[in-house]
Design a binder for this molecule. Structure first.
Ligand code: HEC
Length: 104
C-alpha cells in the first residue's frame, strides 16, 4: 500500500515538472538569448538605435508584425550577422516570444 502512494506521489511530481519546466525555461531562454544575440544592436529594451538605423522592435509597426514576420526578419535581414541568422529555430522562437513580452 505504501509503495502505491509513493509511486503516485512521484508520478504527480513528474507530471507537474513536465508541465512547468518547458514554460519556465522557455521564458528564461528567450531573455538570455535576446541579451546575448540581439541587445547589442537593438538595445536591452528593444527600442533600437535610430541614429544607427537599427529599428525598434517595440514600435507600433513591430507590434503589428506577425510572429512569422518577426521570425523571418531574424533569419533574412541582410544586416544581421551570420550568428543571428543561423540560430536554431527553437532559439528564434524563444526570442520572438520574449520580444512579444517586451511589446506589452
Ligand atoms: C549587428 C546588429 C544587429 C543584431 C545583432 C541584430 N539585429 Fe536585428 N536588425 C539590425 C538592423 C541594422 C536592422 C535593419 C535592417 C534593414 O533595415 O535592412 C534589423 C532589423 C531587424 C528586424 C526587422 C524590423 C523591422 O521593423 O523591419 C527584426 C524583427 C530584428 N532585426 C530582430 C532582431 C533579433 C530578434 C535579433 C537577435 C536574434 C537581432 N535583430 C539582432 C541589426 C541587428
Amino acid at each position: 500500500m505504501k509503495t502505491t502512494k509513493l509511486v503516485m506521489l512521484v508520478m504527480t511530481i513528474a507530471v507537474a515538472l513536465f508541465i512547468l519546466i518547458p514554460n519556465l525555461s522557455w521564458a528564461e531562454d528567450g531573455a538570455a538569448l535576446y541579451k546575448t544575440k540581439c541587445a547589442a544592436c537593438h538595445g536591452a529594451d528593444a527600442a533600437g538605435k535610430p541614429a544607427a538605423k537599427i529599428p525598434s522592435l517595440v514600435s507600433e509597426d513591430a507590434k503589428k508584425k506577425s510572429d512569422a514576420d518577426l521570425t523571418k526578419a531574424v533569419v533574412e535581414t541582410a544586416k544581421h550577422p551570420g550568428t543571428v541568422k543561423s540560430l536554431p529555430a527553437g532559439d528564434t522562437k524563444a526570442i520572438v516570444t520574449y520580444v512579444r513580452g517586451l511589446q506589452k
